[in-house]
Design a binder for this molecule. Structure first.
Ligand code: CP
Length: 336
């Protein structure tokens, strides 16, 4: 058994049956955590922006499998890297990703990258140029630890948590709910979850205020996945319509792609959305609904304390599953 992909940039780099195998292995590793199967293997972790869960779970995953990590943080440990091919490098970046990726491939068995989107234009950031440049030039597997468009590691943990909670996913109802935050994320986690859930035949409703529509190509692919796998997608519905009858309510704040790169317009639009919050009253509209969130989460702004700390909440289990599912991925990618 192997992961089936050379690089993991998005979850669709693996077939559904490969994801199934990975999740089965995740469950086995959750029951029996220790092993030395990756002794002598090293993964290089490059963070171009911060992380709590991804960094810690990745490091622990490698250590629990007997391997090692080397962590590098942009600006503190290394310098800006150029990603454009053929450019005259007379700007700030003293080194090209082409060279950094080739050299680092001599030292480590895989590279995991969390890029920093430029945040100026969605049309540019959605191309995921930085992570794709690493994948093009590295001679070892490249793992995406959350780019502008995709967060495949979060989606693996999300599907693992959904399966633990709901069993068979086909036909189950998932409400993805935009939540108010002064500092939203990119829609990467939601995009990856949306596609993963539809590949498992779930019925998905995405609720968001006007101006927070997901990327049109992501939605178009999602509709295709829904028709291929017997799922259903409704996007742009209101809060209560999305949650009514849902088995799982998944909260996440994401940037308006219409105002992307314009902080003033974005803040003005967000100021009209303070009621987009998940609480017990809302969750009660679901079918014994469970609550998920990729975290970090702003308490009592995105989700109430009562809901986060209550019996419906899966958020800690979901975060814990980052560890088990990443161990399975690393095992499948690196054992052979
Ligand atoms: N969900 C997630 O990726 O968390 P971090 O940003 O803390 O890594």
């Amino acid at each position: 058994m192997n992961a089936g992909c050379r690089h993991l940039i998005r979850l669709e780099d693996m077939t559904k049956s490969q994801v199934d195998d990975l999740l089965d292995l995740s469950m086995r590793l959750k029951k029996r955590p220790a092993s030395d199967q990756l002794a002598g293997r090293t993964v290089g972790l490059l963070f171009f922006r911060g992380s709590l869960r991804t960094r810690t779970s990745f490091e622990s995953a490698m250590y629990q499998l007997g391997g090692n990590t080397i962590n590098l943080t942009a600006q503190a440990d290394f310098w800006e890297l150029e990603e454009r091919d053929g450019t005259v490098m007379d700007g700030k970046a003293p080194e090209h990703i082409k060279d950094a990726a080739a050299i680092m491939s001599c030292y480590v068995n895989a590279l995991a990258i969390r890029p920093r989107p430029a945040g100026q234009a969605w049309a540019v950031d959605r191309k995921d140029g930085q992570i794709r440049a690493w994948a093009e030039h590295a001679r070892v597997p490249v793992i995406n630890m959350e780019s502008a468009l995709w967060h495949p590691l979060q989606a693996l943990a999300d599907v693992m948590t959904l399966r633990e909670s709901l069993g068979e996913l086909a036909g189950k109802r998932l409400a993805i709910v935009w939540t108010h935050s002064p500092a939203p994320a990119t829609p990467a986690a939601v995009n990856s979850l949306l596609h993963a859930a539809l590949r498992y035949g779930m019925q998905v409703k995405v609720a968001h205020p006007g101006g927070f529509e997901l990327d049109s190509e992501v939605l178009s692919e999602a509709r295709t996945l829904a028709s291929e796998h017997g799922g259903k997608l409704e996007s742009g519905v209101d809060l209560e319509s999305a949650v009514r009858g849902a088995h799982v309510v998944y909260g996440r704040s994401w940037n308006s792609l219409e105002d992307y790169g314009n902080a003033t317009l974005a803040a003005s639009r967000r100021s009209r959305t303070t009621h987009w919050k998940i609480d017990e009253r809302l969750l009660a509209l679901g079918q014994d609904a469970r609550l998920m969130h990729a975290m970090p989460v702003r308490r009592n702004l995105e989700i109430s304390d009562e809901a986060l700390d209550g019996p419906r909440s899966l958020v800690y289990q979901q975060a814990e599953n980052r560890l088990h599912s990443q161990k399975a991925l690393l095992s499948l990618l690196l054992r052979n």
